[in-house]
Design a protein around this ligand. Structure first.
Ligand SMILES: C[S@@+](CC[C@H](N)C(=O)[O-])C[C@H]1O[C@@H](n2cnc3c(N)ncnc32)[C@H](O)[C@@H]1O
Length: 379
């Protein structure tokens, strides 16, 4: 159960504050029904009965299951995803938000693929934000070339944006982010920073992230400097999952420094998975899934467009069977055996989050393109 203070703020003020992927957020204005729903939902997690009493208050949405990059351990970039690549229709997203938006605290607006390849992404974010739902997204930063898109992004009210930039120089960046263009990425980030500054907007909070791999492990300090040069809000690091979605184990991608590697030790550990009780996914094909990491659609249920309501799909026979099997044996499904979340080290996967110091307005350097590391300025 959540701590008493959190429950008190929920019941008395309809407020829920926490952090998600190291980004602090606060959902306000929850209705009485939504407050009661959160209590029931926590009871469902605790009991792990096959039937869930309430609507989950975290939702993952996959705006697109296609990507412009070919990262060496990602099943989407390597085209190993068995689900047909798709772009989530705006109507499917709106239908689900109309159905359960009142109860939602937060939407994680990515799963596999690049969210900004969906032309309606900013409308989706704005639609959720207009209902007070916190929205956090992650991007490879290749789709901020047009000022109009950047304006729409800031207008959407997005709460937090993870800028997945896995290197501090073009040569290193492009080894992991295969097919990526480092200069285009930096220019896109600079456009968002400038637009936020022009509007005096604190949102979206910009969280610059490096997943540490064999190529970039010596660039930790340079990456922090990149964050300062770009004037994002936070810089952070994450240890790499060398076989995302259980698809493509690639040990050559691991850093040399053993302290920067997740330790695998718990394959037989009795993991108490809660994901199918609390975090459904709206996949890009319009179907509801019980686990987003099951990238081949192993936990897919019906589309909400075919059914009476989300609650009906959420507690369908298939969903109940899935929960029953997971509860009885955390190794029941082969894809669960590959799941990194069950490793105790997963809890420490993200680290080193630092707030970037704001530059004084009189300070003359750095905000123009061409001055930063990797942009030819310092190395
Ligand atoms: C798989 S990406 C998909 C969304 C989007 N295309 C992006 O690049 O952010 C989602 C998140 O996974 C993280 N990520 C990428 N490769 C990873 C890996 N091998 N292990 C752990 N996290 C990874 C990224 O930092 C990003 O925030």
């Amino acid at each position: 159960m959540p701590p008493f203070g959190k429950v008190w703020a929920l019941i008395t003020h309809g407020e829920w504050a926490s952090t998600f992927e190291d980004i602090a957020y606060r959902r306000t204005g929850l209705s009485l029904r939504a407050r009661l729903n959160i209590v029931l939902q926590n009871l469902s997690h605790a009991l792990r009965w096959p039937i869930s009493f309430a609507i989950p208050y975290y939702l993952t949405v996959e705006p697109a299951s296609i990507c412009n990059l070919q990262c060496p351990v990602c099943p989407c970039g390597l085209h190993k995803t068995i689900r047909n690549p798709a772009i989530l229709p705006l109507a499917d997203f709106k239908r689900l938000i109309d159905d359960i938006g009142e109860y939602l605290v937060l939407i994680q607006m990515w799963e596999w693929g690049e969210p900004f390849m969906n032309p309606d992404i900013c409308e989706m974010i704005a639609y959720a934000r207009s209902r007070g739902i916190v929205v956090i997204c992650s991007t490879n930063c290749h789709f901020f070339e047009e000022e109009a898109v950047v304006r729409k992004l800031v207008d959407s009210g997005l709460d937090g944006l993870i800028l997945a930039v896995d290197g501090a120089t073009p040569e290193v960046y492009e080894k992991y982010r295969v097919g990526g263009d480092f200069r285009r990425v930096l220019a896109g980030i600079q456009r968002i920073v400038a637009e936020k500054e022009r509007r005096g907007s604190a949102k979206p909070l910009l969280h610059l992230r490096m997943v540490i791999n064999a190529f970039n492990e010596s660039q930790i300090e340079a990456f922090k400097e990149l964050g300062e040069t770009l004037q994002v809000d936070q810089v952070a690091f994450k240890t790499i999952n060398a076989g995302m979605g259980g698809e493509s184990k690639n040990p050559g991608i691991l850093p040399q420094d053993k302290n920067l590697i997740r330790k695998k030790k718990a394959r037989h550990f009795q993991y108490r998975c809660l994901v199918s009780w609390c975090n459904p996914v709206l996949f890009s094909n319009g179907r509801i899934g019980l686990c987003g990491l099951a990238c081949r659609g192993e936990t897919e249920l019906r589309a909400t467009s075919d059914a009476a309501s989300f609650f009906h799909v959420w507690n369908s026979r298939e969903a109940r069977t899935f929960r029953k099997n997971i509860r009885a044996d955390c190794n029941h499904y082969p894809f669960c055996r590959e799941c990194d979340c069950r490793e105790p080290d997963f809890q420490r996967a993200r680290f080193g989050v630092e707030k970037v110091a704001r530059r004084m307005p009189s300070q003359p350097t750095g905000s123009q393109p061409g001055r930063g590391p990797g942009n030819g300025g310092r190395r």
